[in-house]
Design a protein around this ligand. Structure first.
Ligand SMILES: [Zn+2]
Length: 287
């Protein structure tokens, strides 16, 4: 079935499909695209509000308005980056419902104030959300990342695991490329109708979107290895980035450098590369 793409519009809620409502926060940036998507998912116990987003008073008001006074069952958090979870406890407290998600890890920019009342395990069917929502642990973009499968719409809500319109940053040490690739492959086991990303519009061809991401990361990793092998001397990240990301605007190199590091760590784990005093070298032919 073909669905029209519903463009992102900040503020007012939008019904994307039956049982899925989106409210985009007014926090556009290079990292957040048009802004962070919060979602309301219909469940037999009322709304599940997913990723309430940044601490913006206007966004809180818009989320409350989007419920249209109907019951709220739970609040879901995909991860604790500052554009996803800071409003979560406020919204959960407002409706006196549990906040579900994993607490912030110690490294990197995180919303360490997020206090989950339920910490889901992988595959857990969340009874507090009317039994219609299942947690899928998807570390990679963040070590505490959780996607949620909503049975009623057969949609996975991917937070920053999968975004529409851009690839996501994998920022070590909390971001981990090996975990990320494994977490992407896990979603292939679901026969989904749609992916609802944390940024951008609904993705209605999930299988090809996930396969494209896996292929894209594999091609990037091959470029990293080729760049390492083209020189036999240990090379710094800043010297590698223009060769590996020659298709990317140079202004984005500082961000690309983080994902490059994630690829290098992955290659090291695979026994293909090693680091020598913050420089990197291919292992093949190394003696
Ligand atoms: Zn994130």
């Amino acid at each position: 079935m073909n669905h029209p793409v519903i463009a992102v519009r900040v503020g007012q809620w939008l019904d994307l499909r039956p049982h899925i409502r989106r409210v985009t926060a007014n926090n556009p940036s290079a990292f957040t695209g048009p802004g962070t998507n919060s979602y309301l998912l219909e469940t037999p116990k009322g709304w599940a509000i997913l990723d309430p987003g940044p601490r913006l008073e206007q966004h809180f008001d818009q989320l409350v308005a989007a419920t249209e006074g109907r019951p709220v069952a739970c609040v879901l958090v995909t991860h604790t980056h500052p554009d996803h979870s800071p409003l979560a406890n406020t919204v959960a407290d407002h409706f006196s419902v549990p906040a579900i998600g994993l607490p912030a890890p110690d490294t990197g920019p995180q919303d360490r104030k997020f206090a989950p009342t339920v910490q889901p395990f992988d595959g857990q069917q969340l009874e507090t959300c009317g039994g219609q929502v299942t947690a899928i642990l998807t570390p990679g973009h963040a070590s505490n990342h959780v996607c949620y499968w909503h049975a009623l719409s057969n949609t996975v809500f991917t937070g920053d695991h999968i975004n529409q319109g851009s690839t996501v940053v994998i920022d070590p040490p909390d971001g981990h490329m090996g975990d990320y690739l494994h977490s992407l492959a896990r979603l292939l086991t679901y026969d989904l109708d749609a992916i609802a990303p944390g940024h951008g519009t609904l993705i209605d061809d999930p299988l090809s979107a996930i396969n494209w991401l896996i292929t894209h990361r594999a091609q990037r990793e091959k470029k990293v290895l080729d760049a390492l092998r083209s020189t036999n001397t240990p090379t710094s990240l800043s010297d590698l980035v223009p060769a590996v990301y020659d298709d990317v605007d140079a202004r984005l190199f500082p961000i690309a450098e983080r994902s490059l590091l994630a690829h290098l760590i992955h290659l090291e784990e695979l026994g293909e590369a090693r680091s020598v005093e913050r420089k990197w070298q291919a292992l093949q032919g190394y003696s």
